[in-house]
Design a protein around this ligand. Structure first.
Ligand code: FMN
Length: 326
C-alpha cells in the first residue's frame, strides 16, 4: 500500500469508467496521479464480497476506494475491507445525485444530513488507519449558500477528517439527470477557494470542469489539489506531462499515444488469458488518438471488431496500425 502519495492531481471516481482496467491504463501515463475507484456501495460490497468489487492490480497504486452508504457500522466494515485489500485511502461519496443513490438515501442528499455524515466518517476513521476523505458538492437544492457549505464542512472536520474534495457546483436532487447535474448548475470555484482561505489547515481539492494542465497549475496556486474526471477519460493523453509539471518528478509516460497503447498490450493479453473480454478494456480507449490522422478508422476497428466474441489482441494491433506514425 502506498501511503506516501500526493494529492496535487487526482482522477475522479466515475461509475462504469474508472474500473481496474482504466486505472491500470492511466497509470502507464502518470506514476504520481492519485486514482479513485468507481463508487462501491456498502450494500454491494457486503453482499457480493471483496473479490468482485475490490480487485485491483498492485501497479495501480496509489489508489483510493470510494464508498457510498449511510450506515456507520456498514461503512466501517467496508472501509476495513478496503484497507485490507490494500487501498491507500477511503473516500466517502456525498456528491452523487442519481435517483438510485437517493433512494438508498446516500450520495449528495447526505449534504442535508451533516450529523449522519459525521457519524459515518467517525466510524470509518475508527476502523482504519489509512486516511478517510469526503467528496462533496458545494450544496444541494436551495441549500446553496456559502454558509450552508462551510457549516457542512466544519461539522465533518470536527471528526478529525481533514481531506475534502469538492465538486464546485451544487446538485439538484429532483428534476435533473446525473449528467445534467454535471453541467447545468454553474461552477462556483470561489466557494472552494474561500473555504481553503478560511480553513487553511484542511486539504482542499477542487473538482469540476478542469480540462488542461495549465488550469490545474492555476488552481493549485489557491488549493491543495485538483481532481479531474471527464477530461482524463475522454482525452487521457493530457496526463502525459503531469508527473513533470504537477509533481516535479521524472515522467514515465511513453513518447506518444501509439507507444502507450503498445505498452498496454501485455496487460490486455494477460486479462484475455484470464477470460476477460477484450471490449472491457478497449471501451476505455476511444479518445486516445483524437485529432491524429487515422483516428476514425482506429475507433471503427475498436468499436466494431473488438466487440466480437473471441476478439483478441490482434484487433488492437490492427487498430494501432490504422493510425499514422506520430
Ligand atoms: C460517467 C461518470 C460517472 C461518475 N461516477 C461517479 C462516482 O461513482 N462517484 C462520484 O463521486 N462521482 C462520480 N462522477 C462525478 C465525477 O467524479 C466528477 O465529480 C464530475 O465528473 C466533475 O468533474 P469533471 O468536470 O472533471 O468531469 C461521475 C462522473 C461521470 C462523468
Amino acid at each position: 500500500m502506498d501511503l506516501n502519495f500526493n494529492r496535487r492531481l487526482s482522477i475522479a471516481p466515475m461509475l462504469d469508467y474508472t474500473d481496474r482496467h482504466e486505472r491500470y491504463f492511466l497509470r502507464l501515463i502518470s506514476k504520481h496521479v492519485l486514482l479513485y475507484t468507481e463508487m462501491v456501495t456498502t450494500h454491494a460490497l457486503i453482499n457480493a464480497g471483496a473479490d468482485r468489487f475490490l480487485r485491483h492490480n498492485p501497479e495501480e497504486h496509489p489508489v483510493a476506494l470510494q464508498l457510498g452508504g449511510n450506515n456507520p457500522s456498514e461503512l466501517a466494515l467496508c472501509a476495513k475491507m478496503g484497507e485490507d485489500a490494500g487501498f491507500s485511502e477511503i473516500n466517502f461519496n456525498c456528491g452523487c445525485p442519481s435517483d438510485r443513490v437517493q433512494s438508498g438515501a446516500f450520495g449528495a442528499c447526505l449534504m442535508k444530513e451533516k450529523n449522519i455524515v459525521a457519524e459515518c466518517i467517525s466510524a470509518m476513521q475508527k476502523a482504519v488507519s489509512i486516511p478517510v476523505s469526503v467528496k462533496t458538492r458545494i450544496g444541494v437544492d436551495h441549500d446553496d449558500s456559502y454558509e450552508f457549505f462551510i457549516d457542512f464542512v466544519k461539522t465533518i472536520a470536527e471528526t478529525g477528517c481533514n481531506t475534502f474534495i469538492i465538486h464546485a457546483r451544487k446538485a439538484w436532487l429532483k428534476g435533473l439527470s446525473p449528467k445534467e447535474n454535471r453541467t447545468k448548475p454553474p461552477l462556483l470555484y470561489d466557494y472552494v477557494y474561500r473555504i481553503k482561505e478560511e480553513m487553511p489547515h484542511l486539504s482542499i481539492s477542487l473538482n469540476g470542469g478542469v480540462q488542461s494542465l495549465n488550469t490545474v497549475e492555476e488552481i493549485l496556486k489557491k488549493v491543495d489539489g485538483v481532481m479531474v474526471g471527464r477530461e482524463a477519460y475522454e482525452n487521457p493523453w493530457f496526463l502525459a506531462e503531469a508527473d513533470e509539471r504537477i509533481f516535479g518528478q521524472k515522467s514515465i509516460a511513453p513518447p506518444n499515444q501509439k507507444a502507450l497503447l503498445k505498452a498496454f498490450l501485455p496487460y490486455m493479453e494477460e486479462q484475455l488469458k484470464e477470460g476477460c473480454p477484450l471490449t472491457m478494456m478497449t471501451r476505455h480507449l476511444f479518445g486516445l488518438f483524437n485529432g491524429i490522422p487515422g483516428a476514425r478508422r482506429y475507433r471503427q476497428i475498436i468499436s466494431e471488431e473488438a466487440n466480437r466474441r473471441g476478439a483478441g489482441i490482434e484487433t488492437v494491433i490492427k487498430a494501432i496500425n490504422a493510425v499514422s506514425e506520430i
